[in-house]
Design a binder for this molecule. Structure first.
Ligand code: HSE
Length: 398
């Protein structure tokens, strides 16, 4: 019998209980054993909930229950999740989590504890919601030297950008809608300022290079400065604005960056809309591939958690090796990376040409007192130097 304890009974935790109940027969067959939720840790009360009888407010009840073999952490945030997860592992219980904040900070330590104890710490749902990107990197792309990972890794912001550009929706209204659908973080600043995407690209980069990536060293910009005027320019250019998280191989290292970017219609991520996430992976042998699916929300995310439960149930006392050591990766300097830049300025064409050379100008009917232009490829450093000579209203990487 596989007995599960769920820590946190919010959107994802309740989704995990629902899937274990609704798909119980399939899970039983795939695991080769019965599976049930035995206890749920939550600070709130759930009168009338079908799982009310399983709810406890005392973590020690779970920790000291030797029949519980797998703990599912869906609380979010680093503490107390970290303390609870570590204690569970040290009690020989395998753990799966959907918590990217926890994995980004303590991933390598928890993986190494699990490895030493011949149990497992898994985190498929921490990146890309229901998309099986972590298992694909760890089990399927193992012959590849991965050269690039670029993803739309945050469902909330992609949902917002899609609604704002397709329906002309207002930023605050569409953020509220994403919250009501269970997509947004408890503090949605983490979504709109790119912090959530940053942690996710840090996790993917760690898995690709086998070392710890410090997410705080990744340059991160969110979507909060994107305006309706930017969207009008994007439409005239036939481009879409997406919050991208990217990591590219540079010598022996990777540089990483999170920022809104303008995509042309031939880019594989151009048509990824709504709450969908997608992860574009370039390998040196495979070439280009893309993983696509629901990036947030109750059942899609819980589906990835339950897939981890199945995997761990089949490997109860066998560690599934994850190459992620404690050693920190020295990230390459993103300011040396080259790309094009879309700029809106209140300066005139001749000033722009004097500073940036022969650029492509973009004009939007009805917008006056400014012009837009796209530079040739240049480094971030070169851009910053040139941009300091003109009055920049907005810059979006292209
Ligand atoms: N707030 C996150 C998102 C949830 O919108 O993508 C899934 O990690």
């Amino acid at each position: 019998m596989i007995n599960i304890a769920i820590l946190g009974y919010g959107t994802i935790g309740s989704g995990v209980a629902e899937i274990i109940d609704r798909n119980n027969d399939i899970l039983k067959k795939r695991i080769g054993d019965d599976i049930a939720v035995k206890k749920i840790l939550d600070l709130r009360d759930f009168p009338g909930d079908v799982n009310e009888s399983k709810i406890t407010h005392d973590y020690d009840e779970i920790l000291n229950d030797d029949e519980i073999n797998i703990v599912v952490e869906c609380m979010g945030g680093v503490e107390p999740a970290y303390t609870f997860v570590k204690k569970a592992l040290l009690k020989n219980k395998s753990v799966t989590t959907s918590n990217k904040a926890l994995v980004a900070v303590h991933g390598s330590e928890l993986i190494n504890i699990a490895r030493d104890l011949n149990i497992n710490f898994t985190f498929e749902a921490s990146v890309g919601g229901g998309i099986p990107i972590i298992r694909s990197i760890l089990k399927c792309l193992t012959s590849e030297n991965i050269l690039e990972i670029t993803g739309i890794l945050n469902g909330t912001t992609n949902f917002m950008m899609t609604k704002m550009s397709e329906e002309g929706s207002d930023y605050d209204d569409v953020l509220k809608e994403a919250q009501s659908l269970g997509y947004a973080e408890a503090d949605p600043t983490a979504d709109v300022e790119g912090h959530d995407s940053c942690r996710k690209i840090a996790i993917l980069t760690s898995l690709v290079c086998g070392k710890q990536v410090d997410f705080e060293k990744i340059h991160t910009e969110g979507i909060s400065k994107i305006t309706a005027t930017d969207i009008k320019y994007a439409k005239v250019m036939g481009r879409s604005i997406k919050l991208l998280a990217t990591s590219r191989k540079e010598g022996d290292s990777y540089y990483a960056l999170v920022a809104p970017m303008l995509l042309t219609s031939d880019h594989p991520l151009y048509n990824v809309n709504g709450v969908f996430n997608a992860v574009f992976v370039k390998g040196d042998m495979l070439g280009d591939s893309m993983f696509y699916g629901s990036g947030a929300g109750k059942l899609p995310t819980a589906s990835a958690v339950v897939a981890d439960i199945v995997d761990m149930s089949k490997h109860l006392h066998v560690n599934i090796y994850v190459d992620w050591e404690n050693e920190e990766l020295a990230l390459a300097d993103y300011r040396k990376s080259r790309k094009r830049f879309f700029v809106r300025t209140s300066d005139d064409e001749s000033k722009v040409k004097d500073t940036f050379g022969d650029v492509e100008f973009i004009r939007v009917e009805g917008i006056s007192g400014e012009i837009g232009f796209i530079t040739d490829k240049m480094s971030e450093e070169e851009y910053e130097k040139a941009a300091s000579d003109i009055n920049v209203i907005q810059m979006i990487r292209a």
